[in-house]
Write a protein that binds this ligand. Structure first.
Ligand SMILES: Cc1ncc(C[n+]2csc(CCOP(=O)(O)OP(=O)(O)O)c2C)c(N)n1
Length: 325
C-alpha cells in the first residue's frame, strides 16, 4: 500500500486513466465545435475519480452499465479510445461500427454493457448481468452507474428490490452531480439516497467523488461484498459536472463564479497531485510525462478517426437484429 489506500503500482494507472478521461472530454468538446461529430454528447469531465476508483477493482469478466454520460465509464473499464473516438465521428472503425454514437458505446468483450440514453435503464440490465454471474457461479460482479436524476425513476427502486431479494453481486454507483439537465437536485429529490437504499437493507456509503482514494476504498468494500456473496451495495458519490448537461447547453443556470470555484476547488486531478506530493510518492515530472503521453494518444485517436471511412451504404440494414448463434 502507498499510504493512500491504493497500491503503489496502481498510482500512475489511476492518474493516467483520470487524465485520459479529462482530455478525451475536453477534446470532444473542441471537436464538436468543428461540426464534424454528429449529434451531441454529454461530457463526464469533473467526475473521473468515480469511474476510475470503482473500475480499478474490476476484472475484464466483470460488467458495468453506463448512462448517457458514458465516455468516462467506458475508458475506465478499458474500452479502446481509438474506437470510441471513431464511434463519435460516426466511422466504420467505431465501437458500434459508427452506428451508435456517444450514447450507445458498448464493448461486450470488455464487460461494458452499454451507454444508455434512457435514464436509469442501466440498473435492471445490470441486475440481469449480476443474476447470470450468480447462476453461472463465475464470481463476477456487475456495477450500475447512474445519476442523481435516475434515483427518481421507479425502475431504480425495482432494481434495488430485485438486487436484494436475489442477493445479486451488484454495486449501484449513484453519481450525484447536483443536476438533472438544468434542474438542481434539491428541487426534485426528497429524503436521502443512502436511506432509500437502506430501506431495502442495502448497505450504502456516501463518498467524496473528487477524492479517488475515498472512492477506491468505498468501492473496494462494495465489490468485495458482491464477489463474496454478500449482495448489493450502493455508493452515493458526490461529483462536480464541469460542462453543461450536454455539449450544446449554454449552462446559464450556474454563475461564472460558481463554475470557476467548482473547477478550482473540486478537481480530482489537482487533488490527486496534492495528495501524492504531500507523502512524496510521485514526482511532478512523472505526472507531467503522463499528461504529455495522454495528449499524444488523444491526438492520434482524433487523427485516425478523421481519416477513417464512414460505414458503407450496404451496412445500413445490418446489425438490426442480434444473431445469438
Ligand atoms: C426515462 C427518461 N426520462 C427523461 C430523459 C431525459 N433526460 C436525459 S438526461 C436527463 C437528466 C438525468 O440526470 P442524472 O440522472 O442526474 O444524470 P446526469 O445528466 O446528471 O449525469 C434527463 C431527464 C431520458 N433520457 N430518459
Amino acid at each position: 500500500m502507498s499510504g493512500l489506500q491504493l497500491p503503489q503500482d496502481k498510482l500512475i494507472e489511476v492518474y493516467r486513466n483520470m487524465r485520459m478521461i479529462r482530455r478525451f472530454e475536453e477534446r470532444v468538446m473542441d471537436e464538436m465545435a468543428t461540426g464534424d461529430i454528429p449529434g451531441n454528447t454529454h461530457l463526464y469531465a469533473g467526475e473521473e475519480a468515480s469511474a476510475v476508483g470503482v473500475c480499478l477493482h474490476l476484472d475484464e469478466g466483470d460488467y458495468i452499465s453506463s448512462t448517457h454520460r458514458g465516455h468516462g465509464h467506458s475508458i475506465a473499464k478499458g474500452v479502446d479510445i481509438d474506437s470510441m473516438m471513431a464511434e463519435l465521428f460516426g466511422k466504420a472503425s467505431g465501437t458500434c461500427g459508427g452506428k451508435g454514437g456517444s450514447q450507445h458505446i458498448a464493448d461486450l468483450r470488455k464487460g461494458m454493457l452499454g451507454a444508455n440514453g434512457i435514464v436509469a435503464a442501466g440498473a435492471p440490465i445490470t441486475c440481469g448481468a449480476a443474476l447470470s454471474a450468480k447462476l453461472l457461479g463465475t464470481r463476477n460482479v456487475a456495477v450500475a452507474f447512474a445519476g442523481d436524476g435516475a434515483m427518481n425513476e421507479g425502475v431504480m427502486s425495482e432494481s434495488f428490490n430485485l438486487a436484494k431479494i436475489w442477493m445479486l453481486p451488484i454495486v449501484f454507483v449513484i453519481e450525484d452531480n447536483g443536476f438533472g439537465e438544468a434542474t438542481a437536485n434539491e428541487h426534485v429529490s426528497a429524503g436521502s439516497f443512502t436511506r432509500r437504499a437502506e430501506s431495502f437493507d442495502i448497505p450504502a456509503i456516501e463518498v467524496d467523488g473528487t477524492d479517488v482514494f475515498s472512492v477506491y476504498a468505498a468501492a473496494g468494500q462494495a465489490v468485495a461484498r458482491a464477489r463474496n456473496g454478500g449482495g448489493p451495495t450502493m455508493l452515493h458519490v458526490h461529483v462536480p459536472r464541469y460542462y453543461g448537461h450536454y455539449s450544446g447547453d449554454p449552462d446559464n443556470y450556474r454563475t461564472p463564479e460558481e463554475k470557476a470555484a467548482m473547477r478550482r476547488e473540486r478537481d480530482c486531478l489537482i487533488n490527486f497531485r496534492k495528495r501524492v506530493a504531500e507523502v512524496s510518492l510521485l514526482e511532478a515530472d512523472e505526472l507531467d510525462a503522463v499528461d504529455r503521453a495522454v495528449d499524444a494518444e488523444i491526438d492520434r485517436a482524433v487523427a485516425a478517426a478523421r481519416a477513417a471511412p464512414f460505414p458503407p451504404l450496404s451496412a445500413l440494414t445490418t446489425d438490426v437484429y442480434v444473431k445469438y448463434l
